[in-house]
Write a protein that binds this ligand. Sequence first.
Ligand code: UD1
Ligand code: UDP
Length: 361
Amino acid sequence: MLKVLTVIGARPQFIKACMLSNAFSSESNIQEIIVHTGQHYDENMSNVFLKQLKLPNPHYFLGTGSDTHGKQTAKMLLKLEDIIISEKPDIVLVYGDTNSTLAGSLAASKLHIPIAHVEAGLRSYNKKMPEEINRVLTDHLSTWLFCPSNTAVKNLENEGITQGVYQTGDIMYDAVLYYKDVALQKSNILSDLKIAPKNYYLATVHRAENTDNPQRLTAILEAFRQINETVLFPLHPRTKNKIKHWNLENLISSSNIKIVEPLDYFDMLAVESQAGIILTDSGGVQKEAYMLGVPCITLRDETEWIETVNSGWNHLTGADMEKILEAARKISVPKAHTPLFGDGETSKSICKSLMKFNKTI
Ligand code: UD1
Ligand code: UDP
């Protein structure tokens, strides 16, 4: 029996984990222990995904909550160490690049437990991003590095990591393919909000580099206000707090901006797939825009998902109001749409690789 201890804690990790945890559940010789760090804790940032995506109930809930990076990561580390010591897993599995990812990989590496990193090899080459630190450190500690793209494999190669690297495709694509039609059937969000398909833009903003800098946040919100379209804007709690903190409420009170609470996954897939354009600084949302065939404007200076830019579907504008407005005016739907993120069988392929692990080595 292979015992895998999975650490999750932030919204995108619940979505990334759902397909793989379900793949583990159907393997009789894998036992998965799920630890939820509690980095995200609001109902609509956490539980709603666990329920909707039928994730097995976490065995441990650490209740970490929000704090500065050091304190948040340290609180997780303290508790994870005890759990790993008592559970004695064969593998610790982490997703993406959040503080929960780093805490999981640090705790495991100090206890000599091999680490599997799903969504390995991504780089922005911007060390001011907390995510860049988390992913570089996690990759350098990992035994299995499951890469979503060729670029990710090359990035690792450039850092001398070639062992244990698997190009598996993107685990979020598994979830998009599995849930897309169900989401469109089950979600009533567009009729509830009285907006018509393709008659609105969808926006999400939550990156620290945008929310914690009043000039950048102002430029982004000002662009939304000046865009000649309805902008549906599900507000991440961090952004909600920062808009208040920087006194920018007036910018989102414009009649073309529809603010809603963070959406559940089905509503999100429904609004993404039917949007005219998506404007975002989210990693996951940039990819989903491509997967769902919707042109995207990325409100960042660089992106880890460079293939989406090279294919003409994604446009990098940074937080420059003029560039955002110009991109929105000029954007068109490219003719070609090649598969960039695998075949939707990423979770099966990860599961297979892990099952080959020989515990006696
Ligand atoms: C975190 C990740 C980021 C990821 C994002 C996904 C890190 C360093 N950042 O950013 O990589 O893209 O999650 O959404 O790990 N808050 C609430 N309720 C919640 C969660 C957060 O109110 O359930 C508020 C708190 O004020 C908190 C702030 O949001 O201080 C930021 O939360 P935090 O988890 O620290 O970072 P995110 O910006 O969510
Ligand atoms: N998402 C969601 N509801 C929302 C916003 C995002 O379900 O209101 C989903 C989105 O579809 C994607 C994931 O959350 O699957 C992306 O997470 P987020 O943008 O928080 O983080 P990132 O991907 O940037 O780390």
